[in-house]
Write a protein that binds this ligand. Structure first.
Ligand SMILES: C[S@@+](CC[C@H](N)C(=O)[O-])C[C@H]1O[C@@H](n2cnc3c(N)ncnc32)[C@H](O)[C@@H]1O
Length: 299
């Protein structure tokens, strides 16, 4: 077992069996986030998630949720059925709601990125430039660049998201569509804000040069769409080195009574309500890739 982090806040467990990678030995560390969880109640009041979740726009999809579940071949998400557009198009024409969504994402990010920095420090070894794919309003990158001042950060998101005034002068903001093209960088990061448990996948091409980051983005999309996004990430990073870091929730199978199992299921339902084909995935579903270096961080 390789120890990634050990402190009073984090407990490191051994590797999971049956996870194979190509050339690199997988590392699996479970980190207990006591500090964050214990302060959660206090922070909750400052978290924008409940504000977002209680908005009529966000609540309406749940009223047609059963139709989505019961009717096969129903490809329009309850969000689109209720609001006439998919969330990303809706946000484009509703700046107030867009800001609320981005603030909610940023709140989650402020909880999880410090845990990533503390628990998975070596993932960022040797990283010189990092593009945060679907990075929202640059919260994750601000924290990462502060922790690793050598990193040149590129925050990449839809044009209307990066059009809001940047938080930090040190991060480059680029607007675009990740299905078309992703700005070149040493590393890409994909994260779609959510609560624990989450998983960091580090697609290893070269262990010392990280090139792409995706944080909580892939759970918005089905497998085919994820493959398209990942191919664009591959094009964005240098051929001979670099990696894509993916931060996502992981559903746990066969864990009856797991107190946080319900959180994953709740997120899975939220994806069903708010996105066309998004879903949370189990460890088995994430394990299809052949060369993975990964960590899970879990309460
Ligand atoms: C759930 S948010 C995650 C934000 C951020 N990664 C975080 O963890 O807080 C998903 C992000 O993907 C962005 N997004 C959706 N479709 C996109 C596209 N086609 N190209 C680029 N970004 C996109 C959204 O605007 C949003 O900021």
């Amino acid at each position: 077992m390789r120890t990634v982090a050990s402190s009073s806040h984090y407990e490191v467990h051994g590797p999971l069996p049956n996870i194979q990678t190509g050339t690199h030995q997988p590392t699996h560390c479970r980190l207990l986030i006591d500090a964050i969880v214990s302060s959660f109640d206090k922070r909750w009041r400052k978290i924008h998630g409940p504000l977002l979740e209680s908005k009529p726009t966000w609540l309406a999809p749940w009223h047609s949720f059963s139709t989505r579940v019961l009717e096969t071949g129903n490809d329009i998400s309850p969000f689109e059925a209720a609001n006439g557009k998919d969330p990303w198009s809706y946000f484009e024409t509703n700046p107030g709601h867009s800001q609320l969504f981005n603030d909610a994402m940023a709140c989650d990010t402020r909880l999880t990125v410090p845990a990533i920095i503390k628990g998975c420090l070596e993932v960022f070894d040797g990283v010189e430039s990092l593009v945060d794919v679907g990075g929202g309003t640059e919260t994750a990158l601000s924290l990462l660049v502060k922790a690793f001042p050598r990193i040149r950060g590129i925050n990449f998101d839809l044009p209307h998201v990066v059009a809001v005034p940047p938080k930090s002068g040190s991060i480059e903001n680029v607007g675009g569509d990740m299905f078309m093209s992703i700005p070149n960088a040493d590393a890409a990061f994909i994260m779609f804000s959510t609560f624990f448990p989450f998983i960091i996948w580090s697609y290893m091409i070269n262990p010392y040069s990280i090139h792409c980051k995706l944080q909580w983005v892939l759970h918005d999309w089905d497998d085919e769409e994820c493959i398209k996004i990942l191919k664009k990430c591959r094009e964005a990073i240098p051929e001979d080195k670099g990696k894509v870091i993916i931060v996502e929730a992981v559903l746990e199978e066969d864990k009856e009574g797991n107190e946080l199992g319900f959180v994953g299921l709740m997120l899975d339902m939220a994806m069903m309500a708010h996105t066309d084909k998004g879903k949370e995935r189990t460890l088995k579903e994430w394990s299809y890739s052949s060369t993975i270096w990964f960590y899970t961080i879990q309460r």
